[in-house]
Design a protein around this ligand. Structure first.
Ligand code: HEM
Length: 396
């Protein structure tokens, strides 16, 4: 879903990272936009800062989320050791340097827009010495009527979310993190997806899900983003809470609908993502508009039901990835597709869950979407060059 709308401030941020060239064309393997200030791919995102990179960062082309289970012997101190190892891996890999002890150091590459985000699952807060630190509002998603959850895509004690504009770099970093985690944690599930958040001219666009919808328009930006997403609660201050839902989309039945029916289920046009009440992508929806006595944006339209005005102002930052998946069942290959729905918010209990309950009851999209995986992670704040991830929770 979610490419955050890119503000002018973000655009200037990109400009700083994209001044290596200035002419159009492919130079030394690097695609240079005619105006380098608008080149939003192939950047270096700093690993260090108040927040982890990979939250408000433009959604990169490729993402891999790996959830891990802690091994039985991994206590608070051991988890701290893993976080130190991962922090040093992340500082190196995102800067295009090999991680310490990297067996394939030549795969490390700069300017692939890499970010690596780390999260802690609910069971971390069952470990001795951490029970008092479970963040307020951090909880699993209660069962929903439309769920068909599969253990294969659910749960997890740790998350590493690797993103970049290049799949080889993602595979390299994901393997490094997995190898370095082996003494402490074993992989539970992996989900891979993609997103296209740059237009043909290299300029930022919101991106589309596999229904063809422009997805991420309503995301909060700037101050509203900070207020909705970043925690002010104890050790998690500057961090956030993440929900990952694997949502299967029935593309076959969706394809059979008329375009009009598809657009009414969302309340927005497919061509531009503009509200059915008119304007452009970022024109506010007119939820009170009627035609022939009926609401122009139907009462069960997803964008109406999810809108903050219908949810006591609740909002979240969505940052999804499109997935396709094939598996062999009874000697036949079966293909499925959907959205790795991800949403960051300061409190899962206060933000995601009430909105999800409303959607579960009434959303027109429920006819073609089914949640098949669910996981939640507390995402520690960012770290500095001399610090490490979750130091405020696990440090002495
Ligand atoms: C496969 C499932 C889903 C699809 C295809 C989908 C698609 C979309 C699209 C196309 C929009 C309109 C453009 C935009 O503002 O981004 C939207 C808006 C939104 N969706 Fe979803 N969505 C899905 C699931 C969910 C879930 C599970 C939630 C949260 C529980 C959610 C929350 C929202 C929110 C908060 C908005 C923004 C409303 C606004 O501010 O105007 N969506 N979604």
């Amino acid at each position: 879903m979610p490419a955050p709308h890119v503000s002018r401030r973000h655009m200037f941020g990109y400009a700083g990272a994209a001044t290596l060239g200035g002419t159009a064309g492919l130079v030394g393997g690097r695609l240079l936009a005619a105006d380098a200030s608008q080149d939003v791919v192939q950047q270096d995102h700093p690993a260090h800062g108040a927040h982890q990179a990979g939250i408000a960062t433009r959604t990169q082309a490729v993402g891999e989320l790996i959830a891990f289970d802690l091994l039985p012997g991994t206590d608070r101190a051991a988890l701290g050791r893993l976080m130190r190892v991962w922090s040093s891996d992340i500082s190196a890999l995102t800067a295009g340097r090999p991680a310490p002890g990297d067996a394939t150091p030549d795969l490390a590459q700069a300017s692939v827009s890499m970010t690596i985000l780390v999260g802690l699952g609910p069971r971390v807060f069952d470990l001795d010495g951490l029970q008092a630190n479970r963040p307020a509002g951090f909880q699993e998603i209660p069962p929903m009527d439309h769920d068909a959850l599969d253990e294969r895509w659910s749960g997890g004690d740790l998350l590493a979310w690797v993103s970049a504009d290049d799949a080889t770099s993602v595979a390299h970093a994901a393997r490094r993190l997995t190898v370095d985690a082996a003494p402490f944690a074993s992989p539970r599930w992996t989900q891979r997806g993609s997103w296209r958040s740059a237009g043909p001219d290299g300029q930022p666009v919101t991106g589309r899900n596999l229904f063809g919808q422009v997805d991420g328009t309503g995301n909060p930006t700037d101050d509203a983003l900070s207020a909705a997403v970043f925690s002010t609660d104890g050790w998690l201050t500057g961090g956030t809470q993440l929900v990952v839902r694997r949502i299967e989309m029935d593309l076959g039945t969706w394809d059979d609908l008329t375009r009009d029916r598809q657009e009414r289920s969302m309340g927005r046009t497919l061509a531009t993502g503009a509200p059915l009440t008119g304007g452009e992508e970022h024109t506010p929806m007119d939820l009170s508009a009627t035609a022939d006595g009926a609401p122009v944006i139907p009462l069960d339209a997803h964008a109406r039901l999810a809108h903050p005005s219908q949810n006591s102002g609740r909002t979240m930052l969505r940052r999804g990835l499109n997935y396709t998946h094939e598996e062999w069942i009874d000697g036949r290959q079966v293909a499925t597709a959907g959205l790795i729905f991800s949403a960051f918010q300061a409190s899962i209990a206060d933000q995601f869950i009430p909105v999800q309950r409303t959607l579960d009851q009434s959303d027109a999209l429920n006819e073609w979407t089914t949640a098949i995986g669910s996981a939640v992670f507390a995402v520690p704040p960012g770290f500095g060059p001399d610090g490490w991830i979750a130091e405020g929770l696990l440090g002495d």
